[in-house]
Design a protein around this ligand. Structure first.
Ligand code: 5GP
Ligand code: MN
Length: 318
């Protein structure tokens, strides 16, 4: 941590980025560290390849997050947050590749330790927890804006303090963030508040797609581009749907196969969730992906039938 603080202190222009299809931890970590570095007098650019999902647009200063890196800035350092591997940052990777110093800050157990400096703590409940510790170590003050970003990162990545990554830090840091002015009700209201009718219709289709394997130990949910078109929803509207498939009795692994809108056929992202008895990070890693023991994912280019056949083979071994 000390060497990363040293590097950040020395840098004048810092590029910060996170994974595509960003979640609350990705966005919260990006905003918190980016704004702190800016207040320390640095020129910063916060970039994510994908748009910010509607439920996170309430975050103060979230509009500062750009879709593309500014082309005319020579960055001294690039900070990659909440990413197990560099491939997950998408097109901003071409800019990151030109930056002389890459700093990797993450909590995924499958992190590939890329970058000149890596601060990876799989015991942290969220990347926002690591960012919080880094900010405190730097001695930088945390105001309500940064506190809201950190709180939202931890609140969402722990599934509102329900998932297995919920640790003491989740509570102590969030308590401190509330003391600094975060309104838990306001955050919860935005994160869980209202859904478009399309999202509810998509939920209906997703629930309808659930298949249970012969041994009853795996569920497979499928989301197609056609379903998104029909309900006029965005990929972000599929976030969290897999939890319904995971909560079915006796199910050890839930899989969600999502057809990607890449312009090419047969491209899918598979999300995996476990009940705790199976390490899905290993399953995802064996297929070129990664994640945590209880929540992981991978991308695959193959006909849907082959993707399902692979999952069925896995299910039979459970
Ligand atoms: P989700 O299923 O919500 O996309 O992701 C669950 C977890 O697995 C997240 O922590 C995410 O970072 C990780 N994950 C999902 N897809 C991939 C992937 O393609 N590669 C890697 N390395 N991690 C992934
Ligand atoms: Mn995270």
């Amino acid at each position: 941590m000390q060497s990363i603080i040293h590097q950040l202190t020395q840098s004048r222009r810092v590029l910060l980025t996170t994974h595509t299809h960003p979640d609350g931890d990705a966005i919260g970590s990006l905003l918190a560290l980016g704004l702190i570095l800016e207040r320390m007098g640095k020129t910063i650019a916060m970039v994510d390849d994908d748009p910010i999902p509607a439920i996170y647009r309430f975050l103060p200063e979230v509009e500062r997050i750009l879709r593309h890196a500014p082309p005319d800035t020579d960055f001294d350092a690039a900070v990659v947050l909440d990413c197990g591997s560099l491939e997950r940052i998408g097109a901003v990777g071409t800019t990151v590749a030109k930056v002389p110093l890459v700093i990797n800050i993450d909590h995924h157990v499958t992190n590939k330790a890329f970058g000149a400096f890596a601060l990876v703590d799989p015991n942290a409940c969220a990347t926002a927890e690591i960012v919080y510790r880094l900010i405190r170590k730097m001695g930088a003050p945390i105001d309500k804006i940064v506190a809201t970003a950190i709180y939202t990162g931890i609140f969402t990545d722990t599934g509102s303090f329900r998932f297995s990554n919920t640790n003491l830090g989740a509570f102590t840091i969030c308590q401190e963030m509330v003391a600094l002015g975060v309104d838990p009700y306001q955050v919860a209201k935005h994160v869980y508040g209202t859904y478009s009718l399309g999202r509810i219709k998509l939920l209906n289709m997703a629930l309808d797609s659930i298949e249970l394997t012969a041994n009853g130990k795996m569920t497979i949910m499928t989301l197609s581009q056609e379903m998104l078109r029909e309900t006029r929803t965005q990929p972000e509207d599929g976030d969290g749907l897999i939890n319904y498939a995971r909560r079915i009795e006796d199910v050890r692994v839930a899989a969600l196969i999502q057809e990607l809108n890449s312009g090419q056929a047969d491209q899918f992202h598979v999300s995996l969730r476990s009940d705790g008895s199976v390490d899905v990070a290993r399953i995802a890693q064996a297929r070129g992906g990664g994640g945590h023991a209880m929540a992981a994912g991978f991308s695959v280019t193959a006909p849907l039938a082959d993707v399902k056949a692979d999952l069925l083979r896995l299910a039979a071994q459970l």
